[in-house]
Design a protein around this ligand. Sequence first.
Ligand code: FAD
Length: 116
Amino acid sequence: NRRNDCPLDKDELGSKTWAFLHTMAAYYPDKPTSEQKTDMKNFFTIFSKFYPCNTCAEDLQVQLKKSPPQTESQHQLSQWLCNIHNQVNEKLAKPSFDCNLVNQRWRDGWLDGSCD
Ligand code: FAD
């Protein structure tokens, strides 16, 4: 059904992209090699140049300058990304997400078993 196969608008692209980015951070190594740390920093730099929403990309580039990716561990990277997303949430007047819950949301599922 071609009606359901349409180009993404800004919000659809946003929620799908956040899903990818948080899941990537959720599976980043606990003890990354120096190459992995450098690659992840470079990933976000390049990502911020090509993200196909101009104001989003420009704001992200400013955010990355102020707060560079923390690539020392899975914990650091996922907390850093959660904070970046919360800054976007704030700008858009969306609720802030509790970053203590980020691995439950994107990797392990909720403690009450509702994702099992
Ligand atoms: P989303 O914000 O897309 O979140 C999806 C899900 O992620 C939520 O349901 C929640 O479960 C979870 N979540 C929410 N906050 C966090 C968090 N802090 N950490 C972990 N998980 C979380 N839109 C604009 O209009 N202007 C912009 O400048 C803009 N910049 C963007 C920059 C980037 C890098 C990206 C990826 C998107 C950007 N967007 C921007 C889109 C915007 O952030 C939302 O994706 C969009 O408004 C849809 O929102 P949503 O309510 O579906 O939830």
